[in-house]
Write a protein that binds this ligand. Structure first.
Ligand code: ZN
Length: 490
């Protein structure tokens, strides 16, 4: 039997105590005080983080208390968390698809590391720290009854990998995303832990309440997915009652461009060359709000930083590659901004059904250009998707492959990045487009608005999405499903 200890990939074994009981916890609000009628919609987890960033930029200290209320089952014997910094330690296969290794590690392969100083709580008898990669399980001393709450405390140090991925630091910014133990979703009678997958976005989590106290050099620029509430010297505080993830971006030398209008404020972190992108983001927020309904938050951040692919979405924020050519920037901003509806506001299972949010983000990008009177550009994007899909199908068929581009696969079942791209970003998006053309763009938007409202800050399976789209009586969900699973798309 292994001891329940924390692990540092640099093999220093600088680990310390897992605290099993009697931790002195800071006072927190009691979830039990929540009213009964708020119970179903209130988050099941509240994270209070204290993060300290060292001047050296790649060393981070984190103290976190997560309060978990059992809204899941009669009794819980343990709580399961995902801890993705473990994927960047190079103990296991690289956290990026082989096709992106050079882009992800432009400074050469290097490992991040972590070391836990504390992991436990007053109701915790032991904690398993990443014995299974990226998985933390806190075993409770007695079952947590339905409606009861408990607190788990984690204190740990991170040494960030130097890379151009979601998590890590580079020569422009420190990118802290998925850097803390995240409570897994509870479904089908258990916590649904998902190991980090190098393809796509292996994140499927519920919204939660977040509080952050961030201590970093006073002259650093910072953007966070939670709104800032206070700044006192080197300490800045942030809070949100409903984030699907907490993301922090810090840079010693960035510029921040801010643009407001139509009820939204956009902040762009960049090197001085991307101020123009704020207008794209604001236009996208305006167009998508008109089509799908307002977002839960009125502040949105874009961070232009070295990044291995075009972009990535977070709650109230997106990373965009700073090496994108001008011609690619607007569509990437539109796509990532659409994820504020189809990822952040409406959660979906990005592991089991990665097409669900990506197809809608892609289709929303087409809508953006049509609303901007750039129909020719939208048609060029359609053609690009169709050509990529057709080429892939014909070359793979010629090689004797079958069962191609099946959207019902889990993210781990795609054969490579190309398979994933043409299936999720092209085939599924074209299916949405076929559906929109069948019922009209306006009707498709109306159906998506129903879906967005029904599952705001919640989570929808693909079948729940089809059912919501069908509510208008136009058969929109049925048509979308038929197009997704049809043998041919053009
Ligand atoms: Zn996307």
């Amino acid at each position: 039997m292994r001891e329940e200890i924390a692990i540092s990939n640099n093999m220093t074994k600088k680990i310390l105590n897992v605290i099993f009981a009697a931790l002195a916890l800071s006072p927190l609000l009691c979830f039990a005080q929540c009213t009964a009628d708020a119970e179903t919609s209130s988050p099941s987890a509240r994270y209070e983080l204290s993060v300290k960033a060292d001047e050296s930029e790649n060393s981070i200290s984190v103290d976190m208390t997560v309060t978990v209320k059992n809204t899941f089952a009669d009794n819980l014997d343990s709580l399961v968390f995902a801890f993705y910094p473990d994927a960047f330690t190079l103990k296991t296969p690289l956290p990026v698809d082989p096709a992106f290794t050079d882009a992800a590690y432009p400074y050469g392969l290097n490992a991040g590391s972590y070391s836990f100083l504390q992991a436990g709580g007053r109701d915790v008898k032991r904690v398993s720290l990443c014995e299974t990669p990226c998985r933390i399980e806190a075993f409770l001393s007695s079952p947590l009854g339905y409606g009861q709450s408990t607190e788990i405390v984690f204190s740990y140090d991170l040494t960030l990998p130097v890379c151009a991925t979601r998590y890590g630091c580079n020569d422009f910014s420190v990118n802290l995303t998925w850097f803390y133990p995240v409570l897994c979703r509870y479904k089908d009678g258990e916590f649904a832990f998902e190991e980090y997958c190098p393809t796509g976005d292996p994140f499927a989590f519920d919204c939660a309440e977040y509080g952050l106290s961030l201590d970093c050099p006073q002259d650093w620029q910072v953007l966070c997915s939670a709104p800032q509430t206070e700044k006192d010297g080197t300490v800045r505080k942030y809070r949100s009652e409903h984030l699907r993830d907490l993301a922090i971006f810090m840079s010693p030398e960035a510029q921040i461009t801010t643009l407001s209008g139509d009820g939204y404020t956009v902040n762009v972190m960049h090197d001085g060359s991307r101020a123009y992108a704020a207008k794209y983001a604001l236009d996208a927020l305006t167009i998508f709000s008109s089509a799908f309904g307002d977002l839960p938050s009125d502040e949105y951040s874009l961070v232009f930083t070295p990044f291995m692919t075009a972009g990535a979405e977070f709650s109230n924020a997106a990373m965009i590659s700073s090496s994108l050519p001008f011609s690619e920037t607007e569509k990437t901003v539109a796509h990532e901004t659409a994820h504020q509806w189809w990822y952040y506001a409406v959660g979906s299972d990005q592991v089991s059904a990665p097409w669900q949010d990506e197809a809608l983000a892609q289709w929303s990008t087409l809508l953006y250009f049509e609303k901007r009177d750039m129909r020719g550009y939208a048609d060029a994007l359609r053609k690009g998707m169709n050509d990529a899909l057709t080429d892939y199908l014909s070359t793979q068929s010629a090689l004797g492959e079958d069962g191609l581009c099946d959207v019902s696969r889990k993210i781990t079942d795609y054969r490579d990045a190309t398979d994933y791209y043409v299936t999720v970003y092209c085939k599924a998006a074209l299916a949405a487009d076929i559906c929109a053309k069948s019922v009209t763009t306006n009707e498709f938007c109306r159906a998506l608005a129903v879906y967005a409202k029904r599952y705001a800050l919640s989570f929808a399976t693909d079948e729940e999405m089809f059912a919501a789209l069908d509510e208008s009586g136009k058969g929109t969900g049925r048509l979308f499903r038929a197009a997704l699973f049809a043998a041919k798309y053009r």
